[in-house]
Design a protein around this ligand. Structure first.
Ligand code: 2M8
Length: 451
């Protein structure tokens, strides 16, 4: 079992683990697990990866099933969709399958209902962790062999269609592709985009039926999300032609660091499977180099996004800018700068006003909002990646703190989608926000507890 935060005794671990397992079981829909009971009723891309880890030790078969179900939606060009829709929950989420108009797009598999964009490619490193936990390596070999090819194809897609100038950085075409949908960075991006509200297709949000408006994106952001989906569907998801005058193309550090780490993981997996890994090694080196050359911001001591349409950086400090610790890009000096930033008032707050690590948007950014989705709250999956990144670069004590903070939030408030980063809350503030009984919070808690 993993070494645990000292504040947790055996009985606490036992009861948190049992409650976490309950969350997953209740959100389970047979072959896959929904991210949340009502707000997210289908299968999501990177959620599936984190959720698989929550089953890995107790039900390895289900862990594999999560990934198999997700990759049923993979497009012929390798694109792994953000959502694989279930017929059972038609009409319960917006934008649903019919809004995306992916039906009939030649690349989409006929027997799966999917959206038309992708998400952070966590699946390579998730597979590698599953490999280390597999109860019977020989019996699981066909699964890993199949998945290796699928994930390789996914990376091939990113390096060809999303990196037209072969820079080593894949761009995202929608805030939803970042997984961190509502960062102030995208607001900044939107100021550059010509947008005509009267041309927007009519739509009705469903998220506000489940979560109060102050904790979700604002109307003006949703309008832009839908504006971009409308552009993509009008161009029938044609790549690369569609990108010629498409306005949202961002090289984001977390997305690319995850890609780099997944490349490395596939190299290890490929060695075990005796598959060729040469291309993966080249991709890793090129992406690490490009992360430093293009996205490292020396003044801010972290990585920042780059808008490749307007050829400018978006210098906003977010947790995503620290996730490159997960990969081999940062040298010892950069890693030390990032840990100093994490311990500074920008993330840790002050003695008078301490904060839980790690706010999704830095506490001192003008766009920071402690309770609004991705504008400041702590997310357990971000802490989980940061934990591994800090350990990789030799900052074990800070890694432990990042893990302890996440687990303490879970112990105090339950399995929320996100948490207020301020340690001292005012009267009436809840602590946890968004969806309750959120799957990846439960899954990564189990993973950390070694259950
Ligand atoms: C959130 O995103 C979806 C759109 O993909 C939404 O708000 O409707 C994000 O937090 C994303 O990272 C996550 O994968 C998804 C499901 O948990 O919810």
């Amino acid at each position: 079992m993993t070494d645990l935060p000292t504040s947790f005794d055996a009985a606490t671990v036992q009861s948190i683990a049992a409650a976490a397992r309950n969350v997953l079981n209740n959100n389970r829909q047979g072959a896959y697990t929904k991210p949340a009971p009502a707000l997210y009723p289908h299968q999501w891309n990177w959620d599936a990866g984190f959720i698989a880890l929550g089953y890995a030790r107790s039900d390895f078969h289900q862990a594999c099933s999560e990934l198999t179900a997700l990759f049923r939606g993979q497009w012929a060009n390798g694109m792994l969709p953000q959502i694989v829709f279930s017929v059972q929950h038609v009409g319960k989420y917006f934008p649903g399958y019919f809004f995306w108009e992916t039906r009939g797009v030649p690349e989409k598999p006929r027997n799966a209902r999917t959206s038309g964009i992708t998400m952070p490619p966590v699946h390579g490193f998730i597979l590698n962790r599953l490999l280390s936990l597999a109860p019977d390596l020989k019996a699981s070999r066909p699964f890993f062999r199949r998945m290796f090819d699928r994930v390789l194809l996914q990376h091939q897609y990113l390096y060809s269609y999303r990196d037209p100038e072969r820079e080593g950085l894949a761009f995202i075409c929608h805030p939803w592709e970042s997984g961190m949908d509502n960062l102030p960075s995208w607001e900044e991006m939107f100021t550059q985009i010509q947008f005509d509200p009267s041309a927007l297709p009519p739509y009705e949000r469903r998220d506000l039926e489940h979560v109060d408006a102050p904790y979700r994106p604002r109307r003006q952001s949703y309008d832009r999300y839908i504006f971009l989906v409308d552009l993509l569907r009008k161009q029938r998801y044609r790549e690369p032609e569609g990108w010629a005058d498409y306005p949202f193309q961002v090289q984001e550090p977390m997305f690319n660091a995850i890609l780099s780490n997944s490349n490395e993981a596939l190299v290890e997996l490929g060695r075990w499977l005796k598959c060729d890994t040469g291309r993966l090694q080249e991709w890793t080196a090129q992406t690490n180099q490009a992360l430093n050359a293009r996205l490292w911001d020396e003044k801010r001591s972290c990585y920042v996004s780059y808008d490749r349409v307007n050829r400018r950086h978006i210098p906003i400090v977010t947790a995503g800018g620290l996730i490159p610790l997960l990969c081999g890009a940062p040298n010892a000096r950069q890693a030390a700068q990032m840990t100093a930033l994490l311990k500074s008032p920008s993330f840790a707050g002050t003695t008078e006003r301490p904060a839980w690590l790690c706010a999704s948007t830095a506490l001192d950014e003008p766009g920071f909002d402690p309770q609004r989705y991705w504008r400041g709250p702590v997310w357990v999956n971000m802490n989980w990646m940061l934990y591994h990144g800090l350990r990789r670069h030799g900052h074990a004590a800070l890694a432990d703190r990042v893990r302890a903070d996440a687990l303490e939030l879970v112990r105090r408030f339950g399995f929320w989608e996100y948490y207020d980063p301020w340690k001292e809350l005012s009267a009436g503030e809840a602590g946890g926000y968004g969806a309750d009984r959120f799957s990846w919070t439960a899954a990564l808690t189990l993973e950390w507890l070694g259950r």
